[in-house]
Design a protein around this ligand. Structure first.
Ligand SMILES: Cc1cc2nc3c(=O)[nH]c(=O)nc-3n(C[C@H](O)[C@H](O)[C@H](O)COP(=O)(O)OP(=O)(O)OC[C@H]3O[C@@H](n4cnc5c(N)ncnc54)[C@H](O)[C@@H]3O)c2cc1C
Length: 313
């Protein structure tokens, strides 16, 4: 046990020096929940050329790597994350567009591009397919990894290809047919864990720009009305068990809105949001999570599963 900790500490020291990385970075600064202990090392490379050698060296030194975009779907535990946390949000060159036919275009974005920036880029070019994304924060890479979406659609609906960095250090382009998408989940089907998304390309069709923009604004307005505004959260905490019984409805019916554990609370505005009222700990949020799971199980015999990714110690 001690030998493993010593090796990790040695590996982190080498990485820190070779790439001038930040040590002991509070993850509360990098997650929308605003909780979480420190990452041993934190890197925000601004290009693939900067990123790839860091990943290769971390692998060689056996330093575990945790990937993130903007941290809008992450809950980091209070003792933080051992090894290297790699944020992709600065790898965000402007999206590009290639005409494929009279009505179709391929739009390509780096992983760190903000999803709403990509959606606006598409809309400005009169391309339909990102209407679902109104109000979803975070990066394109995070959205693809989470198969982010709303009742209006998901990111996999128009995804054509991904450029990925595999565990063996190879950069590959994969077609959507090689990928598996399910509710808020992407599977790389045998390409192994630890795959890093570098860019994503989407096949979009020409649409009515004015209608798209009107729909976008209406969708934003609807979200503002039934979500907890600016409160710190990671969006919907639980996956919907099925379409008929969204998690938020079950939590509401179980009488859990407003339930608190310390400074963590089930939002009054939306049952599936756990909010940090200010100064909440990850441990409080996780205790509240368990209370919600137990109550929903007891009342409806439904096992809720978290949509939020829980990382760290
Ligand atoms: C107020 C609010 C509202 C939200 N509404 C919605 C909604 O309507 N629909 C919805 O689906 N989600 C919603 N979310 C959740 C979240 O915004 C999405 O899941 C978003 O797509 C996550 O992007 P991110 O960049 O923040 O990813 P992160 O939270 O940083 O990471 C999410 C996961 O993706 C992985 N990841 C990130 N980048 C990469 C990469 N380049 N390569 C490989 N893996 C990567 C991480 O390891 C992690 O497992 C909401 C969140 C908030 C705070």
């Amino acid at each position: 046990m001690q030998a493993v900790a010593d090796n990790l500490s040695r590996g982190c020291d080498i990485l820190k020096q070779e790439f001038a990385l930040v040590a002991d970075e509070p993850m509360a600064r990098h997650t929308s929940f605003k909780v979480g202990g420190t990452a041993d090392l934190f890197a925000t490379p601004s290009s693939q050329d900067e990123l790839i050698p860091i990943v290769a060296r971390a692998k060689a030194l056996k330093v575990p790597v945790t990937l993130m975009g903007c941290g809008t779907n992450l809950l980091v535990r209070d003792k933080g994350i051992r090894g290297l946390v790699l944020s992709m949000k600065r790898i965000n060159a402007a999206p590009t567009l290639t005409r494929v036919s009279g009505t179709e275009s391929l739009v390509t974005a780096s992983s760190g591009v903000i999803l709403s920036t990509l959606a606006r880029f598409a809309m400005d070019h009169g391309l339909d397919g990102f209407g679902f994304a109104a109000g979803i924060p975070g990066t394109v890479g995070g959205a693809v990894m989470m198969n982010a979406g709303t009742a209006m659609g998901t990111i996999c609906d128009t995804l054509a290809t991904l450029e990925i960095l595999c565990q063996d250090g190879e950069v590959r382009t994969v077609d959507r047919r090689e990928l598996g998408f399910s509710h808020r989940k992407l599977s790389f089907n045998g390409l192994g864990p630890g795959v890093l998304i570098l860019t994503a390309s989407f096949l979009l069709v020409q649409g009515d720009k004015t209608a798209m923009k009107a729909k976008w604004l209406a969708h934003l307005e609807k979200r503002r009305a039934n979500q907890p505004g600016s409160a710190a959260s990671a969006g919907c905490f639980f996956k919907n068990p099925d379409n008929e019984r969204p998690a938020g409805l079950l939590i509401d019916r179980a009488g859990l809105k407003g339930r608190r554990c310390g400074n963590a609370m089930v939002s009054e505005a939306h049952g599936n949001f756990i909010v940090n009222l200010g100064g909440a700990t990850a441990s409080e949020i996780l205790t509240l999570k368990r209370m919600v799971e137990t109550e929903v199980k007891n009342q409806f015999n439904v096992d809720l599963k978290p949509e939020v990714k829980i990382e760290g110690e």
